[in-house]
Design a protein. Structure first.
Length: 341
């Protein structure tokens, strides 16, 4: 009998010890990811359904964030939040901060006018506000898409700020006559990647360069230009005085002098995903040249925006369901989504 009791006590003690070990060693489990896959399929199928119905392009054309968001919400689980992005088209609202005088701001309004216009069935509005300099800082609104600069300025004191601005997807456009020293100031030859090349006189007339290659920025700017004007045309009355605007020609050239020697306009995407463009100054009255500047503003704005009813706090880790859409222009329609509980 005593032996039986001892055996029973040993069994009970073993059970107690094994039970206590579960507090120290969590069970090993493997997350298979089926739920994540189902969520991705659900959202992607929802986007495809809205697209095939024809409603998606209508939402984008009308900038109808409310209608689009309501329909996506009705097709997805309640514990999912999302943000809609459009990549490859100018924003419907482009804010230009002008580092310029009051008189130049008025000139810029004329260059970019009309500032509310239709493009591929969408209404685009370009707003203009003045930027100011205070204690080596350029003061401009956080929502600024393009910083516009009239005339050459030494921008090296602001390089850190401008690199951050470009890194966030901002754009810089400058209209200025520049000489060799200004080209090599540490900003124009790095951020704008301009190179001086003195190879004779310029005609002062410009045409689009490299516009037939989709890999060139000039392809996009030329596309905006022709769709806004309906005619190619040539641009004239660029300043061509001695010792100015002798900028070399390469793949970033947008407008080339008709003698084929110099660039009158150049544009490039920076390593930080920002966009910069430079134009030689002109009489600011030539309609074709002004339209080329306006087209460059559309490109410089980033060709990326979010179509949400309000600004969302997007977490660092998200998933994306995206499709390619063609509606006059090709663009990527994306739904970035994440779990909220």
């Amino acid at each position: 009998m005593k032996g039986f009791v001892r055996i029973l006590e040993s069994i009970i003690a073993s059970i107690i010890i094994l039970s206590s070990l579960t507090f120290f060693f969590a069970p090993s489990t493997e997350k298979l990811g089926w739920e994540d896959s189902f969520i991705h399929m659900e959202i992607h199928d929802s986007v495809e359904s809205i697209y095939k119905s024809g409603r998606l392009t209508d939402y984008v054309r009308r900038n109808d964030a409310h209608g689009l968001g309501s329909e996506i919400s009705s097709l997805t689980k309640r514990n999912i939040d999302f943000s809609v992005s459009i990549k490859g088209m100018p924003n419907s609202d482009i804010l230009v901060s002008c580092l310029c005088s009051d008189e130049e701001e008025t000139v810029l309004e004329g260059i970019l006018g009309p500032r509310e216009f239709s493009y591929n069935g969408r209404t685009i509005h370009i707003g203009i506000e003045k930027a100011e300099i205070s204690q080596n800082t350029i003061l401009m609104r956080r929502e600024t898409n393009v910083l516009f600069i009239f005339n050459y300025m030494d921008m090296t004191p602001f390089m850190e700020q401008l690199e951050d601005f470009l890194g966030s997807g901002g754009g810089i456009l400058m209209i200025a006559n520049i000489n060799e020293n200004q080209v090599n100031d540490g900003f124009m030859n790095t951020t704008f990647s301009l190179r001086w090349e003195d190879s004779g006189g310029a005609s002062g007339n410009g045409v689009f360069y490299g516009k037939d290659s989709p890999s060139n920025v000039s392809f996009k700017i030329y596309k905006y230009f022709t769709k806004l004007s309906g005619e190619e045309g040539s641009m004239d009355k660029f300043d061509k005085g001695p010792g100015i605007n002798k900028i070399s020609v390469d793949d970033s050239t947008v407008l080339i002098d008709t003698n084929g020697k110099y660039s009158h306009a150049k544009a490039r995407v920076t390593a930080e995903r920002g966009r910069v463009a430079w134009f030689a100054d002109y009489d600011r009255k030539d309609a074709n040249t002004s339209l080329a500047v306006k087209s460059s503003v559309m490109w410089s704005s980033g060709e990326f925006y979010r179509l949400d009813t309000s600004e969302k706090n997007i977490p660092q880790v998200t998933s994306m369901a995206a499709i390619e859409v063609y509606d006059g222009d090709p663009y990527e329609f994306g739904v970035e989504y994440w779990n909220i509980f």
